[in-house]
Design a protein around this ligand. Structure first.
Ligand SMILES: [Fe+2]
Ligand SMILES: [Fe+2]
Length: 255
């Protein structure tokens, strides 16, 4: 079902509602999503596209398929920036962690998904906390199962799989990851930030104004205020600031 959007809503953000939701009408906006198209595969570095196509059924809920593909476009950029500051990054670990980090949503109810989105900024509220915790635990279990089954084919070591699982468990805990400092592997830090730039992208910024029921100018303000605590690395913070400036221009042009 197509969604009625405000007159100034960007024409290229095609948001849709599931046809058979059981939620009351007042809560259905939480379930708005961007339908998948194979064109999003082009955003994923070539060497990971066939794996991504295989796990797509696990990414169907909560716009996870589009979200993860959009974030994968920044994989190489984030790694290059981290390496330019002398850090070593295991590209396979970061890529598999990013591709699988939100696979848990596909096993959760639409009520849990609705609660997880009932936040007006980026800070997680108590109501959103339980489903957020649960999706990370389920995602970790999915990753462990899939990557263990395909371990030889993908050429991953046991310790790489462990690191992927750890990154997935921590991906929604920027404060814990930042607080651990250098004790937290770079791949875990970069996963948090690659995931979180999604909020600042064209597609999700506008989708979230409808999904969370917040007006664009207010959502901009919320993102601006929460930015520093939402990211772990300067790479993530700088990317978010760059994307935020683009959204500020779009909101200005739309008003
Ligand atoms: Fe997540
Ligand atoms: Fe995510």
């Amino acid at each position: 079902m197509r969604v009625t959007v405000p007159a100034n809503f960007p024409k290229d953000v095609l948001v849709t509602l599931p046809d058979n939701s059981q939620l009351p009408e007042s809560e259905q906006h939480f379930l708005i999503f961007l339908p998948w198209s194979d064109e999003y595969l082009d955003l994923i570095p070539k060497d990971f596209r066939s794996f991504y196509s295989e796990i797509l059924p696990l990414l169907s809920a909560r716009t996870t398929d589009v979200h993860t593909a959009v974030c994968m476009q920044y994989l190489n950029e984030f790694i290059a920036k981290a390496e330019s500051t002398g850090k070593n990054v295991n590209r396979n670990v970061l890529a598999y962690a990013l591709m699988l980090h939100d696979s848990g949503w596909s096993q959760m109810t639409e009520q849990e998904i609705a609660y997880s989105l009932g936040v007006l900024g980026l800070r997680i509220t108590n109501k959103a906390l339980a489903p957020k915790e649960k999706h990370a635990i389920l995602g970790e279990q999915n990753a462990r199962r899939i990557l263990t089954e395909k371990q030889d084919e993908l050429g991953l070591t046991n310790s790489e799989i462990e690191l992927i699982c750890k990154a997935i468990l921590f991906h929604d805990k920027p404060e814990a990851v930042a607080g651990a400092g250098n004790e937290m592997p770079t791949e875990v830090q970069l996963l948090v930030d690659l995931d979180h730039v999604w909020s600042f992208t064209h597609l999700n910024f506008w989708q979230d104004t409808i999904r969370k029921g917040v007006i664009p100018i207010e959502y901009l303000e919320n993102l601006r205020n929460d930015l520093d605590s939402y990211f772990v690395t300067d790479i993530g913070k700088n990317k978010a600031k760059e994307l935020l400036a683009e959204r500020e221009k779009e909101v200005k042009n739309a008003t």
